[in-house]
Design a protein around this ligand. Structure first.
Ligand SMILES: Cc1cc2nc3c(=O)[nH]c(=O)nc-3n(C[C@H](O)[C@H](O)[C@H](O)COP(=O)(O)OP(=O)(O)OC[C@H]3O[C@@H](n4cnc5c(N)ncnc54)[C@H](O)[C@@H]3O)c2cc1C
Length: 394
């Protein structure tokens, strides 16, 4: 089997790239080892700059229609607001945080692929990836046994343990945070209702409480020796110890535990093998940036690949992708790392200094705006733009 571009992995980033390539009329194959898309909620927020980047793919309106838009993001120490951000003043057509569980984001992307006549080839696992001057070869195993796919370029959208990254011999520098996290979608009677995303700093650890479109709430918290599934009583205890006071947990709909890594690929390309999304960068969920950064990677990479495959740009044009997107990921890693460090500060004096510094941010409109621009991704918008007009047709 031969194709111009093989995308390994149909998570959100692989699907977004496929949409861009379908729009540009570029021959490609999108494969995933899973028989079905994942049904778990994971990434719960889509930021303004991600929506702006996704607009040309024709999915943003549907994402917004299915999500919950919130303008307020508040950093709190128990019931005390330390920083209050108003996303309603963002310089963007999307002046909000869009709350949407990842499985619905993936559903919208999959529907768009189908509407453009594309296919996700499921149940196919890439087991070996090789390249030489003429192209790349990927061995794929599936229900019909083993086959080889030849491609001009192979994109690793295959997540943190990327086989494409390993085959490319690209180092994934970084480490793992000591803290483990729990994530739970719950039914909750909550003093702030559905009005804001709250990030609580507390000596016991961080907790985020974010409303979701179906009226439930997403809880993300650091948790020592996190259990495989949290109970209502455990989430209640978390909120009681770290939240503003008040709040009754009614039901845990879904939960998961995870360790958080902070790693950045040393390069985004080696020859014909290119990386994006979690295959290229992973970091703390503080700030909800993981999937967002990957989706913007996919949009930029789609334009760059269209330049090389369709418009006669030299292969070196691919380097524009890394030049734009690796610095963006480095900035996101720094932001998520700072937020995680601030949130988990222990010790009375350290917390006093932190709260005073955040009080300064809250009083200073320039500092507040800077944080807002960082969280929404708008400060990184220049790192999503090619100087030439390589926008795909809508
Ligand atoms: C519990 C949890 C909570 C999270 N919370 C947040 C959050 O709040 N905010 C946020 O922004 N992000 C969050 N994330 C991270 C977010 O889910 C990822 O950043 C996002 O899914 C990355 O998308 P991706 O397409 O790069 O990779 P993935 O979603 O990992 O997709 C990779 C795909 O590749 C496929 N694949 C892998 N290897 C192969 C192979 N050899 N052959 C074929 N297919 C293969 C996999 O089956 C998978 O479908 C969370 C993640 C987890 C697990």
């Amino acid at each position: 089997m031969k194709t111009d571009i093989l995308i390994v992995g149909a998570g959100p980033t692989g699907m977004a790239l496929s949409i861009g390539l379908l729009q540009a009329g570029i021959d490609h194959l999108l494969i995933d080892r899973l028989e079905q898309g994942q049904h778990t909620s994971r990434a719960g927020v889509i930021h303004a700059q991600t929506l702006e980047s996704l607009d040309p793919l024709g999915v943003s309106a549907e994402l917004v229609a299915r999500g919950l838009t919130l303008e307020k993001f508040t950093v709190r120490d128990r019931d005390r607001a330390l920083v209050e951000l108003d996303f309603g003043r963002l310089p963007s057509p999307h002046r909000y945080l869009l709350m949407l569980p990842q499985n619905i984001t993936e559903e919208v992307l999959a529907q768009r692929i189908a509407s453009l006549g594309g296919v996700i080839h499921r149940g196919l696992t890439a087991t070996k990836v090789e390249q030489d001057a003429r192209g790349a070869r990927v061995t794929v195993t599936g229900p019909d046994g083993e086959q080889t796919i030849q491609a001009r370029y192979v994109v690793g959208a295959d997540g943190m343990h990327s086989i494409v990254r390993q085959a490319a011999g690209i180092e994934f520098d970084g480490g793992t945070y000591e803290a483990s996290f729990v994530l739970a979608d719950v039914r909750l009677d909550w003093p702030f209702g559905q009005s804001e995303v709250s990030l609580f700093f507390s000596p016991e650890g961080l907790v985020v409480v974010a409303p979701l479109p179906d009226g439930s709430f997403r809880i993300v918290a650091t948790y020592d020796n996190a259990p495989e599934q949290v109970t209502v009583a455990q989430v209640q205890a978390l909120i009681a110890a770290r939240g503003p006071g008040g709040g009754t947990v009614r039901e845990v709909i879904w939960s998961s535990r995870f360790r958080v890594h902070h790693r950045l690929a040393k390069a985004y390309r080696n020859g014909r093998l290119v990386l994006m999304g979690d295959a290229a960068h992973v970091h703390s969920p503080a700030g909800g940036q993981g999937m967002n950064t990957g989706l913007v990677d996919a949009v930029v990479l789609g334009r760059v690949l269209a330049g090389v495959v369709k418009e006669g740009q030299p292969e070196s044009f691919l380097d524009r992708y890394e030049a734009l997107r690796r610095p963006a990921a480095a900035q996101v890693l720094k932001l998520a790392d700072r937020l995680t460090g601030l949130a988990t500060t222990r010790g009375g004096l350290a917390r006093f200094i932190r709260n005073a510094a955040l009080g300064f941010v809250n009083l200073n409109p320039f500092a507040r705006r800077r944080l807002q621009m960082n969280l929404s991704g708008l400060s990184r918008a220049p790192l999503a733009q090619l100087p030439e007009d390589h926008k795909l047709a809508a």
